[in-house]
Write a protein that binds this ligand. Sequence first.
Ligand code: NAP
Length: 241
Amino acid sequence: MSPDLSNKLILVTGAGKGIGYALCKFLVNCGANVIALARDAEQLSKLKGECSNIKTINVDLRNWDATRECLSKVPPLDGLVNNAGVAIIKPFEELTKEDFDSTFDVNIKAVFNVTQALSPKLKDNASIVMVSSLAASRSFQGHSVYSATKAAIDSLTQSLALELGPRNIRVNSVNPTVVLTDMGRENWSDPKKSGPLLNHIPLRRFCEVNEVTDAISYLLSSNSSFINGHHLNLEGGYSVS
Ligand code: NAP
């Protein structure tokens, strides 16, 4: 059942495709007013074409000052979803300085920037959801730099749960394993690649996009009103196998 997010104003980053795009549409269906942030103007227009009342912000989150400038115009918020992220998956020895910097810039520095810029605008009872990954706490081949950024996100989630809690603002993360976005479906269609990982997941399947949007909307809603500083693993039992 969709949670009631009527009249809540929620900002979603990384809304241009994948989980963020689907989430914006789902939140509108739950009654929310949505501000979609993305760096791809065409994708934002497409999203607006599907949900005309969505407001959009077009900015590259790697640009600290431009992001601050855009966010200064945002009205008071009930929710923030830090979803934008990049994944450069390569063996440790092959990762470059640019791979390291671009991953840290988007996956943690931008999350820090966006959250700090918006903190004064978060209303009493607001909820922040970080889109982290199971890779924050489990090792996967080629994920060293990505995992390090997601572990940093989990740490930030815990710190902010402590610091913003007294303002009645909750901060949690969702931590999926592979999610079957269009790209995920393409990347994991080869059974030779997906087989070993699927064998480690008791449910023997990957996460569907709607299962991520369901979890995020739950954490944004009053249904999760005493959940704070939590990492919600979406991994079909991977961690117990
Ligand atoms: P996606 O389809 O690649 O979408 C990522 C979004 O982030 C895109 O809209 C992208 O914009 C945006 N973004 C990247 N860099 C940006 C920047 N510098 N400024 C503004 N926006 C930027 O990926 P996804 O699978 O939906 O992933 C969403 C989140 O889920 C990420 O944080 C990812 O780490 C996490 N996650 C994904 C999976 C998975 O298997 N898919 C699993 C666990 C966690 P552009 O279109 O302009 O590139």
